[in-house]
Structures are given as structure tokens and as C-alpha cells.
Design a protein around this ligand. Structure first.
Ligand SMILES: Cc1cc2nc3c(=O)[nH]c(=O)nc-3n(C[C@H](O)[C@H](O)[C@H](O)COP(=O)(O)O)c2cc1C
Ligand code: SF4
Length: 410
């Protein structure tokens, strides 16, 4: 079992009790060294896309502008993901410190934390933290006697999954409808109110604060060449002990995470498949989960680590019902801008609804896969592009079970 933790240090809830040692260290290091340290750590964004954080900060720091923004993405809408909530509740000051370090590194003077509306507790905590930080002059002009000034606000999301996408989130903060923007231009060039803007996930920023605190060398002792450090895994589904577990990349297989952290499958049932990165990712069947938990191994198995939501599915579920559930989510959550995403997800939902209790034939499943390809090719944002990953992979893996009504009694 992995016994190495990285994020567990400095779990503070009050600004006045926190020493901000990582931020003070960053101020002494200067912008370029902070960016280099994050680049050297190999940290990849934990919001789902896995974009290298140091590189994003470097590009943003090179933008010439009178004003830059730094946004912490706490929307956490991917079904099965609940690790950002834990960080915002249990170590909010470290999240704040990560935001301040990132803002300092890229030269941003204004920031936001965008938290999903359903997260009442993190919203309450962050309102308090921001107020306290202003009072303690941790936010404001010339922080800790430096040249760096930074102000921050909290924005409460209104329950749309698409608003977790960075460009929709920016539209939402500007007061527009939460719909994705066409990229390029990327937010680091032209983001919030047309100014260079960095958007980073809550977990990414907690890691960044700890990397500055403990050094990229310490971070690099953990994980593999392409998956450095640790990852918060949200374990849910048919397991005995669901929860958030910190896993050193490469130290455990997916099956070991389920067995050792999750304490195995509920009611002694047999595992059928896992969804390794939230419902926007393809399934891995029981025979494919003896692989190390890393970005590269999961990609090799033709899925994605996504946001770290590891959903475990035991034998005995109605597969069509599971697919119907997923399709309802995408049908409800599409912003409607792109015709294939809007109409395709509605059509798939309709076909699956008709198939409930009866089964679905090969022609229809091929049609669903075709719709999936069209949506992937012709959609503007990741919501549409990944909306049929889960459903398409179930069709590929269990074609015969779908024919006989979707129930697997094996
Ligand atoms: C539909 C959709 C939903 C998303 N939801 C989230 C989210 O809830 N939290 C998040 O951090 N990133 C989310 N992302 C990814 C963001 O667009 C962005 O890549 C991320 O916030 C960047 O931070 P990172 O580089 O630290 O991962 C979502 C993307 C899409 C397409
Ligand atoms: S892919 Fe879907 S969610 Fe994304 S912009 Fe297009 S319609 Fe909206």
C-alpha cells in the first residue's frame, strides 16, 4: 500500500494560525524561479485535462497586460468527483496560498475562486477565509511588505456542469450564460474581461503550494516519470469504504486501490468494471485493472485518469439503466450551442429509454457509436467531446448483454 503523502501537510483552517511559509518563500524566490520550480516538479493540472501547470504559468507570465486574473476552479461537477470539496473544507488556507503563489508567479493582481453552488460548506468557509485574509492583510496591497498586491472574490456557481469548463466559467463570472468559448484565443491570452487569465483546479493549487514548500526534488521522489507526485482518488460505487485517498502515482494498481483503500466490493460481489476518471471517461473491465495507477498506464488502456473519480461497478447492474443515467446527465447538461452535442445526446437518451427492459440491437448500438463520433468531432468543448465515452465503451465491451436487456446476472 502507498504510505507516502504529499498533500497531508499543513491542514489549517484559520488564516491567523497559518504561517504562509510557501508563499513567503515564493516571494523570496521571485516569479521566474517559482515557475521553474513548478515546471521541474512536472505537476499536471488535476481538473481533468492534465495540462502541465508550470508551462501554463510560464505562458501566462509572458503575456503583456495592464491586468491579469487568476482563477481557482472549485466547480467540481464531474460525477464521481469530490476531492476538491475535501480540500476546500479541510485545508482551505493552503488552497488560498496556492492561489496567491500562482497569481504572484504569473503577475495577476485580481483573483476569483469559483465554487459550485451546492457546496454550501466550502462557500461558507471561503467567505470567512477571504474576509479574514483581508483583515490580516494577507490579501490586499503590498502583501507581507512586498511589491505584490492581490485581491480576491468568491463566485458561487449555479449548478451547471459546463461551467466547470474554464471558458464557460469565465463567461459565468462575467455575468453571461455559462457557455464555452471557441479556443483560440486561450484564456491565458484573452480570458476574463479579455485579459490574460489563468484557471487552475483546487487540487493543482494545493499541490503547487506544497511543491514550493517542500521543493520539486521531494515531489519528484514520488510517482513515475510521466505521473509525478500523488493524486487524490475519489473512490465510489460498489465498494465497502468509499472516500478520498491520496495515492502515490505508480505505487498501486487500480485493483489494489479498490482492495486496500476501498476494502473490496460490497456484499462480496464480483467486480465488473471501473470508470477510472469520472463518467466522461471510458470503462476498464475487470481484466484490465491490474495496471499501475498513472496517467500513462490508464491512457495505454484506452481511457483516462480524468479528475481522479474512480467509480467501481459490481456485477448485477442493468447496463442499459447505467447508460441511460449517464445520457440523461449529458442531455440535461449540454449548453446547447453545438447542434451535435445538443441533439445527439437527446437522441441517444431517447434510444436508451426505449431499450429499457427490452434490450437494444446491434444496429442501434452502432448508431449510438456513430453519433458519439460525430459529437466528438463537431463539438466545441470537452462536455460534448467526451459525452459518449462511457456509453460507447460499455457497448464495445458488452455487446451481447445489451441485446438481452442489459442485465448481467453473472
Ligand atoms: C465540461 C467540463 C467541465 C469541467 N469541470 C471542471 C471542474 O469542475 N473543475 C476543474 O478544475 N476543471 C474542470 N474542467 C477543466 C477546466 O476546463 C480546466 O481545464 C481546468 O480547470 C484547468 O485547471 P488545471 O490545469 O489545474 O487542471 C472541466 C472541463 C470541461 C470541458
Ligand atoms: S460541446 Fe456541448 S456543452 Fe460544449 S459548447 Fe458545444 S453544446 Fe455546449
Amino acid at each position: 500500500m502507498s504510505e507516502k503523502y504529499f498533500l497531508k501537510e499543513n491542514m489549517e483552517k484559520n488564516v491567523s494560525d497559518y504561517d504562509f511559509s510557501a508563499f513567503k518563500k515564493a516571494l523570496k524566490m521571485g516569479q521566474n524561479k517559482v515557475i521553474k520550480e513548478i515546471e521541474d516538479s512536472g505537476l499536471k493540472g488535476r481538473g481533468g485535462a492534465g495540462f502541465p501547470t508550470g508551462f501554463k504559468w510560464k505562458l501566462a507570465s509572458q503575456q503583456e497586460a495592464d491586468l491579469k486574473y487568476f482563477i481557482c476552479n472549485g466547480d467540481e461537477g464531474e460525477p464521481g468527483t469530490f476531492k476538491d470539496r475535501l480540500l476546500m473544507e479541510d485545508s482551505p488556507v493552503k488552497v488560498l496560498e496556492g492561489i496567491m503563489i500562482g497569481a504572484f508567479a504569473v503577475g495577476a493582481s485580481q483573483g476569483y475562486i469559483y465554487i459550485r453552488g451546492e457546496y454550501a460548506k466550502p462557500i461558507k468557509i471561503f467567505n470567512k477565509i477571504i474576509k479574514e485574509a483581508k483583515k490580516e492583510q494577507v490579501l490586499g496591497e503590498n502583501i507581507f511588505g512586498s511589491d505584490f498586491s492581490f485581491e480576491m472574490k468568491l463566485i458561487k456557481g449555479a449548478g451547471a456542469y459546463v461551467c466547470g469548463d474554464e471558458t464557460s466559467l469565465i463567461n459565468s463570472i462575467e455575468g453571461h450564460r455559462g457557455i464555452s468559448r471557441i479556443k483560440p484565443p486561450y484564456p491565458i491570452e484573452k480570458g476574463l474581461f479579455d485579459k490574460p487569465t489563468v484557471v487552475n483546479n483546487v487540487e493543482t493549487l494545493s499541490c503547487a503550494a506544497e511543491i514550493i514548500n517542500q521543493g520539486s526534488d521531494t515531489y519528484n521522489e514520488l510517482g513515475t516519470e510521466n505521473s509525478r507526485g500523488t493524486k487524490l482518488v475519489c473512490l465510489s460505487g460498489d465498494i465497502n469504504e468509499p472516500g478520498v485517498y491520496e495515492v502515490e502515482f505508480g505505487s498501486m494498481t487500480i485493483r489494489e486501490i479498490i482492495q486496500e483503500f476501498g476494502k473490496g466490493i460490497k456484499n462480496n460481489k464480483e467486480l465488473k468494471f471501473v470508470i477510472p476518471g469520472g463518467i466522461s471517461t471510458s470503462i476498464l473491465s475487470n481484466d484490465k485493472i491490474d495496471i499501475p495507477y498513472t496517467y500513462e498506464d490508464i491512457e495505454k488502456a484506452e481511457s483516462s485518469l480524468g479528475s481522479g473519480a474512480l467509480i467501481v461497478v459490481a456485477k448485477g447492474h442493468d447496463l442499459i439503466d447505467l447508460m441511460l443515467n449517464a445520457s440523461r446527465f449529458y442531455m440535461d447538461e449540454t449548453c446547447g450551442t453545438c447542434f451535435p452535442c445538443r441533439e445527439g445526446n437527446r437522441q441517444v437518451h431517447h434510444m436508451l429509454k426505449k431499450a429499457m427492459g427490452k434490450g437494444i440491437d446491434h444496429n442501434k448500438t452502432e448508431l449510438i457509436k456513430d453519433i458519439g463520433k460525430t459529437i466528438r468531432l463537431a463539438s466545441r468543448c470537452g462536455l460534448g467531446q467526451s459525452s459518449l465515452n462511457f456509453i460507447g465503451s460499455v457497448i464495445d465491451e458488452y455487446p451481447n448483454e445489451l441485446l438481452i436487456g442489459g442485465v448481467d446476472n453473472g
